[in-house]
Every structure is written in structure tokens, then in C-alpha cells.
Design a protein. Sequence first.
Length: 336
Amino acid sequence: MKAAVVPELGAKPEIQDLPVPEPGPGQVLVRMVASGICHTDIHAAHGDWPVKPNPPFVPGHEGVGIVEKLGPGAGLHAVGDRVAIAWLGSACGNCSYCVSGWETLCESQQNSGYSIDGAYAEYAVADDRFVVAVPGEVSSLDAAPLTCAGVTTFKSIKVSRLQPGETAVVFGIGGLGHLALQYARIFGARVIAVDLEDEKLELATSLGADHVINARDTDPVEAIQDLGGADVAVALASAPKPFEQAFSSLRRGGRLVCVALPASGTMSVPIFDTVLGGKSIIGSIVGTRADLADVFKLHAAGRTKIIAESRRLEDVNACFDDVLAGRVPARLVFEF
């Protein structure tokens, strides 16, 4: 099979011919149909984060494909089912986090395309318990970004405790941000979009943003406070400064939700303002299998729109360059 392999941290992915993997106990073999490109895949290849993957490895955690073979003991899905392979490749199922509905915090979890091989390949093996069925009404091209960008931002809006009529601001309108603003609207909020590129702000407007702010030529904190301040700010940018701007844009009682993971990941927070303003900072990491099922249901019902471009796996390095250069309106998806 053809796969994009990171041979060592910091090296460019290479297209290699690998044997088709055999599903082990409790696993399924999935023939990939589509696989989205997430900025996390680039961080993984570069070894940007404190916990690093062990090369060589195959990135990818927005995989959608057809189950072709069942390993011993696998039976939750059948051959021919279309399923999604998400970031949460598996979890123990027994710890306090797993049994309380927070499986994404399990300390024994495995992550697709990071600690285990992922979906940048023609075939992938996955835990039968952790792949999620894709409804027939959702195309594979749309399902791929929903498998990470969708479920991650859906979860961030859930944990923000956003209420109808409140104001939400989304910092960074890209693969995640274009979905975050849609979920905020579904929750009944007034939505402000912040980005550095007019093209992305035009996209935000087309998706229903009530206000847009170009942070390249306007102070976003001042502009948001002039609009009354934000009850919720979702930080999706790839640099720390927008996180601090997002916090400063909050009104009293506001909640900052940190989602993106910049390589230089430190932000400064004023203690006095945090305490007297009753402000909260919330970390939100992807979503559960149940969250992903809800994301698919919303999309099948026509409540969300995916902005994605199809690419070939052979162009993986050009795709990474486009993402890093900000040339991608929202999401790129490999189609096999």
C-alpha cells in the first residue's frame, strides 16, 4: 500500500510502499477513502510538542474509509461499514476519566497518527471500539474534517457553557475556526470572527458571522470591547499572542477556551483581572466518540457546511507548505 511516512522528526514525509497491515485482536482494517490534514500532523512531523511521536510513523487522524477485514474478537462493525478514524485511537475504558465520560483525558490513550500509525495511507488498522460510523448523508470529503476539526470545536463550544444570546468570538478562521463559528451560531450566540486575512473573514461572513475583525490592521481587543466584550472566546490560532488577546477581549464572567497548541505554548494572564472579573480559562481537547456521532448528525441534518479542497497523498509536502503559509481557506483532504 502507499503511505506517507515521517522517517524522523523534522524530516519531510516520504511516500513509501508498505505492506497492508493485518488487524489484530479487537481491530478492524479500513480501506481509506479520505483523510484530512490537521495542523497537528505538521506538529507531529516536526516534533514540536513535549510528548513526541516515535518515528517512523504514519500521520493522520481525520480518516474515513470502508471496513474491509475484522480482527479476532472485533464485531462492533461489519465489513462494508464506512467509519471514521479520529485522534482518540483508543482509551483504557476503566479509569475514572473513561467511566465518567471524559475518555479524551485517559492517561493510557493512544492517538491516531501520533502514538500509533494513522490515516495518511491507503489502509489503516484501528480499534473496533473507537471508530465511529459515518451516516450515509455525510460525504467522505465532509466527514474527514468533521472527524477532528468538527468534533474539536463542537466540544470547545460545549465546555464553554455558551448560552443563547451570549457573544462568542473565534480567534482564527481556518479548518477549525470555520466550524467553531457555525457551532456557536447553532448554540444561539452572536458571533465575532477574528483573523489576519480578509479572505478568511469573507468566509466567516458567508457562514453567518455577525462581525468580523482583521487583527492585522485593527486592535481586536479594543474592537471586541467596543462591541460589548465576549462572553466566550475560543482561541484557535497557531501563536500565543491571540490567546492573550482573546482573554483580554472577555467581559466580566467571560470564559476563554484554549484549543490550539502553538509550538511556543506560553501565555501571560493578569491575575488581578482574572479574579476581580470572575473570568475562567478552560482547556478543551478534541471530543469523545459520542461527540463525534453528534457532529455527524448535525451535518447530516444540514446544520453545518464544510469548506475543503481535495488533494493527492503524493502532494503531502506541498500541502504542509500551504497550511503553514496560510494559503488554505479551511481544510485540505486527501482523497484516495
